[in-house]
Design a protein around this ligand. Structure first.
Ligand code: ADP
Ligand code: MG
Length: 713
């Protein structure tokens, strides 16, 4: 097929303008892309409701009615003279009264007034399809779809009509639900004859799945409820199976290479540190260290994700792992996402290393030339055993004599590509890699997302951590909140105040943050109080400076956006205030709350919600007040996570875009797909058997590659 023939703009009903819109909104370039945009629900359009039976809580209704009257209304509601020439510029609204014998209903248009005025002539019958709403105590339909009576029910050949993801831009560009259905029908007609099923016949047979053509026809235009179910199952399985294949293939390739640096010994340095520990390791820490040891001695390169809630003691595990490397003559690096965090790690790690002979150094963006020269030399002659640092560690001139282990803290700030860059720093073979994250991803999901990594979980907190008391308030309680903050500060404690900063509305968010900062500064004036502020628009020097002031205790209050989400440890901070808390996701709230309660003091998290808070948001906040268990919160988060910015798209927070399956809701099918993918790879690890060609071809398109873990929040 010629390249241009596959262009969506040549599909009947599209054209260059709509093509551009489809590209922009959905990244659709070809009819084949289009047919992979599925309805996210279906409407039964077989029957008609009676106007007398309409209730505002009905989702969608279909009325067969006769136009009684049509009235043009101006801005103040005054009737506009309908004798031609009509001044349409003065018309704000078209009100059409419709009857079906059981009652009358108002149908309202704010757009497309001229067209509807000309078509909806009194006496004629139409089918109106839309969502009932209430205005002035009366039910009306605003902007319903209007069809000639004979068109009803013929849209889909069957009984159910798909509702597609949409957006303001699409609707304004004329791609309404109805138009979308027509485009899908045209696209199916264009594609189906030459479409190749990415699932080989043996897969369809093994798993009892319907072929792609059947699935696509029925996902868009279901012949019956049963056919629709079969289509959904098949398409979900396809996605989950291909995703698993893609992830597991990488893992298979890695695990077959026997290039792991051998670290068989537990030696003097490990034992010196271990024996001097001021506490005993938790059961979970011990288990994870054992898992890591098994990796290090197994002859294969380790790629392990270590998950553990904030404060679960991941640093200790990292240090002991580095010492295992040291005992076997290898160097390690520990990479942190920010300078403050790197410094903090460095300080802690130096303490743990005191009983050992291992030399540790810190390399960040603000290391001086002289320090750098010394560090570069120490890394190359092997005298530095552990290097802690920021991205500065990735620079080309940082080279090691024998890099054996790379620890990456707070993985979600590093891309997979950066992880790969560390591989080139060693003496040939890639170092073992340990990635640590505090983002509590449900275990099954972690297995799936990090399919190319092995996963360890620290699911136990060190003893003695005090629970954080969580309160939910509205701004009406601000005065009481400030009083409480003053009391805590008077006891020598520190306070975080966090504002949301969400990408799209950055400007207004920044204004809110600045206003909030002023309000706090006014309520907590100098010289008694010092307030530091950190936000995304500052230079990294400004950020580091303010953060450092708070960490060192020179400022009692830190006002910030979510930049503090990652890792800083200020044991003296006892209060976390989160403004407009309803705008944060659950895992974010959990991460933020984890910043307090690290010291010996009783700590508090105060969620300040706006008066206008949706019911779902309120549920999230109430869950936060109820539990501190990161995994429980993560599970709930997965279940509650609503649509993204496009109606009907799910899980915008995930690093792969799935069209129909949900990693949260399709858990059973997911494990089935994973098992089956393992089975397929066990007999054909490189998928080079001719039967598997359709699979390789589909995978090569790149849709199922997970590149960017930073999207997990
Ligand atoms: P994470 O990095 O997982 O958030 P850290 O490694 O910073 O957690 O540990 C949090 C705190 O708990 C530190 O002050 C650390 O010294 C302490 N800690 C770690 N392991 C234990 C343990 N087994 N028993 C008591 N305290 C511990
Ligand atoms: Mg940490």
């Amino acid at each position: 097929m010629a390249e241009s023939a596959g262009d969506i703009k040549y599909l009947p009903g599209v054209g260059p303008k709509r093509a551009e819109l489809l590209k922009k909104e959905f990244d659709i370039a070809t009819p084949e892309d289009l047919i992979r945009i599925y309805p996210f629900r279906y409407i039964d359009r077989t029957g008609f409701q009676r106007i007398a039976d309409l209730r505002p809580d009905l989702a969608y209704v279909q009325i067969l009615g006769q136009v009684v009257s049509a009235t043009l209304l101006g801005p103040s509601g005054a009737v506009v003279d309908p004798t031609p020439p009509i001044k349409f510029q003065a018309v704000k609204r078209l009100s059409v009264m419709v009857t079906d014998g059981s009652g009358t209903l108002e149908v309202v248009f704010f757009k497309g007034i001229r067209w509807n005025w000309q078509h909806l002539r009194p006496g004629e019958r139409f089918v109106f399809f839309g969502k009932p709403s209430v205005f002035n105590d009366r039910i009306n339909l605003v902007h319903p779809e209007v069809d000639a009576p004979q068109a009803a029910g013929t849209m889909g050949q069957g009984t159910l009509t798909g509702v597609y993801p949409s957006s303001e831009a699409l609707k304004n560009g004329g791609i309404t639900g109805k138009v979308m259905c027509k485009l899908q029908a045209a696209a199916l007609e264009a594609c189906l004859p030459t479409l190749v099923d990415p699932l080989p016949d043996y897969v369809l047979h093994d798993k009892g799945l319907v072929p792609l053509a059947f699935a696509l026809r029925n996902i868009h235009f279901p012949k019956s409820a049963d056919a629709l179910q079969k289509a959904i199952r098949r398409l979900k399985f396809e996605e989950l199976f291909l995703l698993q294949l893609s992830l597991l293939k990488q893992k298979y390739i890695r695990s077959r290479a026997d290039n792991g640096l051998p670290m068989p010994k537990v030696g003097a340095e490990f034992n010196a540190c271990y024996d001097a520990l001021p506490y005993s390791l938790t059961g979970a820490q011990k288990r994870v260290i054992k898992e890591i040891r098994t990796d290090l001695t197994g002859g294969r390169q380790m790629n392990r994700l270590l998950q553990g809630d904030v404060g679960s003691g991941k640093t200790m595990v990292a240090v002991l792992s580095c010492l295992l490397a040291a005992d076997n003559g290898y160097q390690s690096c520990i990479m942190a996402p920010t300078e403050v965090l790197a410094r903090q790690h460095y300080a802690n790690i130096c303490r743990y290393l005191a009983p050992t002979k291992v030399r540790c150094a810190l390399l960040t963006g603000s290391s001086t030339q002289r320090e750098r020269r010394e560090i570069h030399a120490g890394l190359q002659d092997g005298s530095i055993g552990i290097i802690v640092g920021t991205h500065a560690l990735l620079e080309d001139n940082v080279l090691f004599q024998r890099l054996g282990l790379a620890v990456i803290d707070e993985q979600h700030r590093f891309g997979v590509d950066q992880r790969a860059r560390l591989w080139d720093k060693g003496p040939g073979a890639p170092p073992h890699v340990l990635v640590m994250t505090a983002t509590p991803i449900p275990r099954t999901l972690a297995m799936t997302l990090y399919g190319d990594l092995d996963v360890s979980v620290i699911d136990e907190m060190p003893p003695g951590r005090k629970p954080v008391q969580t309160l939910l308030i509205t701004p009406s309680r601000k005065a009481a909140l400030y009083k409480f903050m003053r009391e805590e500060i008077a006891r020598g404690r520190q306070v975080f105040v966090v504002y949301p900063l969400i990408f799209e509305s950055e400007k207004t968010d920044l204004k809110n943050l600045e206003q909030g900062y002023e309000e706090i500064v006014n309520a907590f004036p100098l010289p008694d109080y010092k307030v530091a502020i950190v936000h995304g628009q500052q230079t990294s020097e400004q950020k580091e400076f303010n953060m450092a002031a708070f960490v060192a205790g020179r400022a009692q209050i830190l006002v910030s956006t979510t930049v503090i989400e990652v890792g800083v440890d200020v044991p003296n901070a006892s209060v976390m205030v989160i403004e407009s808390a309803q705008r944060f996701g659950l895992s974010q709230l959990h991460q933020l709350r984890g910043r307090v309660g690290r010291g010996a003091e009783k700590s508090y998290c105060v969620l300040v919600r706006d008066y206008k808070t949706s019911r779902e948001a309120l549920q999230r906040l109430e869950l936060m007040c109820r539990t501190e268990d990161g995994f429980e919160i993560a599970e709930e988060d997965m279940k509650m996570r609503g649509p993204g910015d496009l109606e009907g798209t799910q899980q915008s927070g995930l690093p792969v875009r799935l069209g129909i399956a949900s990693l949260a809701r399709d858990g059973i099918l997911l494990s089935e797909a994973r098992e089956y993918a393992e089975q397929v790879l066990a007999t054909d690890p490189t998928l080079s058997h001719p039967l598997n060609t359709p699979l390789t071809r589909e995978l090569r398109k790149g849709r199922y590659e997970v590149h960017d873990y930073s999207k997990i929040s």
